[in-house]
Design a protein around this ligand. Sequence first.
Ligand SMILES: Cc1cc2nc3c(=O)[nH]c(=O)nc-3n(C[C@H](O)[C@H](O)[C@H](O)COP(=O)(O)O)c2cc1C
Length: 389
Amino acid sequence: MTRSTAQHRAQSAAAASPDPVAAAAAAATVDLGVEVCGIRFPNPVWTAAGPPVRDGAALLACAEGGAGGLVTKTISRTAAEPTTPNMAEISHGFLNAELWSELPPERWIEREYAITREAGLPVVVSMGYTAEDIAELAPRVRPFADALELSTHYIGEDAGPMIAAIKAAKAAVDVPVFVKLSPLGREMARAAEQAQAAGADAIVAINSFGPCLAIDIESALPQIGGPDGYGWLSGPALKPLAVRCVHDVASAVDIPVIGCGGVSRGTDAVEHLMAGAVAVQVCTAAILRGPGVFGRIATEMASWLAKHGYASPAEVTGLAVRRVVSRPEAPPMLDLSLCNGCGLCEMSCGPDAIHVVEGKAVLDEERCELCGLCVSRCRPGALLWAAPA
Ligand SMILES: Cc1cc2nc3c(=O)[nH]c(=O)nc-3n(C[C@H](O)[C@H](O)[C@H](O)COP(=O)(O)O)c2cc1C
């Protein structure tokens, strides 16, 4: 049995805000629980395959840190042997060339999955890559898995191997099969449609993006080792690409979509949900900030939902999907009660339409070219677009 939603709600509310009244309000109004493919998760902030879930003990720490679901590190038929160095924090992001689990599958099956199950949370076993790999591994992990997640990271842009892997998984097990897509040149919506047609029960979007290159200018060496120094991008810099992919996939298929990429705050998770995700996975933020980040993101999400009058994550899922609206052709609105006179809007305004006068922004509507940069940069939220009719 998973830990109760009510308990999580209470914990979330307690940690949501230093203001106990606001925290209590969040607890009273938001139920973070989500159901995906018939599996009940106490909250929609899950682990993603990567170092924070490298073994059973690490997965228990993620559960302790507030994760609502446990996706395990990808296994394949052999243990990975990555080159080093294989991880680097870069500005606004992260590069890795880490491959899959460095533990052999036997170790996971004999020990790590059983430890993971002690958390009492749903367990999604990640595995790769070919149909042969899946046909061999899937039945062996089935006793520990509430669902499988198939990584498509190393199988190229031809959909054939992905389709074969999905069919192998569906033939081998009776639990839902999630398919994790990489942001390759292959069109995401088409890939998701092909995955659904092959029997996938849910899509996870996305894996890290690359190849990318970062140079250590002191040594003039690539920050990542290996023959070419390439790494794959994750973290905040990945989020707009991930959100676009989630949106494209959610618009194309009618199976659940799980967002992954650049989630480090509750508002990032809300953005993924609005793009069509029913839950999110988090990797880089947990590498950089530790396993407590899952609970913090869930708590922030609960606070945001409560503040905006939503009772559950499901109420915001897909709000931005298939939403064709004509934007108002009027300058942004200015709420002077929120303006702190910081001047970021003035600095951002090419046509000189906004100035700070005596500590408050003043907007010259005639000069405004509606570019929107000031709205996106206004930290206190004093500049905002009027809602479309
Ligand atoms: C160091 C590292 C190792 C990763 N290992 C795996 C893996 O074994 N299997 C997988 O499907 N994705 C793997 N990923 C990708 C993440 O699960 C995730 O899709 C990606 O990093 C985007 O999410 P994030 O921005 O929250 O990190 C890895 C990512 C990183 C940074």
